[in-house]
Write a protein that binds this ligand. Structure first.
Ligand SMILES: Cc1cc2nc3c(=O)[nH]c(=O)nc-3n(C[C@H](O)[C@H](O)[C@H](O)COP(=O)(O)OP(=O)(O)OC[C@H]3O[C@@H](n4cnc5c(N)ncnc54)[C@H](O)[C@@H]3O)c2cc1C
Length: 231
C-alpha cells in the first residue's frame, strides 16, 4: 500500500524480485487523485509504505513446469513480476509463453522488456491488438485467439493471468475447452481496497477479501464467484 500524505493510499503491485533487498520497483498508471499525486513526486520526496499484503503467485510450486502468462490491457504489472522472477531463474522452469493482448499498439507498456524477453531461450512472446495501426507486425484480435497459435502442453503447464475480468473469464473458458485443468489456472483480481488487512470489507469477493486471501487466487477456488456479475 503506497501512501501520499494528505492525499490517499492505493494498492500497487511489486514488480521487482522479492529476493532483491535493494529495489522496490512499481509501475503506476495515473487514473485519479492519489496516482496523479504520485506522478508529481520528485526525487527525495517521501511516501508511506505498508505491506506487503495478500497472496503471492506460488512460483516455488511451479518449478519444472511450463509457464503460460496471459495478460490483457494495461494492468499487467503483477505478470511482469512473475516474468522477471522466472527469467532470473530460467533453468528452474520449462517453456515460458507470454500472451499479451491490448486495445491498440500505443497501449503497449514495457515495449523494451517484451523485446528482451523474446530473445531469451525457451521463451515465446505473442502480442495481439484489437485495433492495429500500419506499423503493427504482430497478431490482431483478442488474446484468446492466441491459444490456437501457441503450442501449449496442457499436462505440464500452469497459467497465470491478470487483466480485465471479462478478458480473464473468456481466457479461462478457452483454456478449459482446450484441456487445461481448473487447478492449474491462477488469476490476479482487482477491487477497490482500503485497509488491506481484511477489516473494512471494501474488497469483498464472495466469501473472501481480495486484500487478504487474494489478489492471486487459484481458479477452482473462486470459480462460483467469478461467474456472478458484479460480485
Ligand atoms: C491488488 C491490486 C494491485 C494493483 N496494482 C497496481 C499497479 O501495480 N499499478 C497501478 O498503476 N495500479 C495498480 N492497481 C490499481 C490502483 O490501485 C488504482 O489505480 C488506484 O487505487 C487508483 O487510485 P487513485 O486515487 O489514483 O484514483 P481514484 O481517484 O480513486 O479513482 C479515479 C478513477 O479511476 C478509477 N479507478 C480506481 N481504481 C481503479 C482500478 N483499480 N482500475 C481502473 N480504474 C480504477 C475510479 O473508478 C475513478 O473513475 C492495483 C489494484 C489492486 C487492487
Amino acid at each position: 500500500m503506497v501512501y501520499i500524505f494528505g492525499v490517499g493510499e492505493v494498492p500497487i503491485s511489486i514488480v521487482s524480485d522479492p529476493t532483491d533487498p535493494e529495489l522496490l520497483d512499481h509501475t503506476i498508471r495515473v487514473v485519479g487523485r492519489t496516482t496523479a499525486a504520485l506522478e508529481k513526486l520528485k526525487e527525495g520526496d517521501t511516501v508511506g509504505l505498508r505491506g506487503p499484503y495478500g497472496s503471492r503467485w506460488p512460483l516455488e510450486d511451479f518449478k519444472g513446469k511450463d509457464v503460460i502468462i496471459v495478460t490483457g490491457g494495461l494492468g499487467c504489472a503483477p505478470a511482469v513480476s512473475v516474468i522477471n522472477y522466472i527469467v532470473k531463474r530460467r533453468d528452474d522452469y520449462g517453456a515460458l509463453k507470454i500472451l499479451h493482448g491490448i486495445k491498440t499498439p500505443k497501449d503497449l507498456l514495457y515495449r523494451d522488456r517484451f523485446r528482451a524477453w523474446r530473445r531469451i531461450p525457451n521463451t515465446e512472446v505473442s502480442l495481439t491488438v484489437d485495433h492495429p495501426d500500419r506499423q503493427w507486425k504482430y497478431n490482431v484480435g483478442v488474446v484468446t485467439n492466441l491459444f490456437n497459435q501457441v503450442r501449449i502442453d496442457y499436462q505440464n503447464s500452469v497459467v497465470m493471468m491478470c487483466g480485465p475480468e471479462t478478458m480473464m473469464k473468456y481466457a479461462v473458458r478457452g483454456l478449459l475447452s482446450q484441456g487445461m485443468s481448473e487447478g492449474r489456472i491462477y488469476l490476479s483480481l482487482e477491487r477497490n481496497m482500503k485497509c488491506a488487512i481484511g477489516f473494512c470489507g471494501h474488497c469483498q469477493f464472495g466469501p473472501s477479501f481480495i486484500c487478504k486471501e487474494g489478489p492471486v487466487f487459484r481458479y477452482d477456488r473462486i470459480k462460483p464467484w467469478l461467474e456472478i456479475r458484479e460480485v
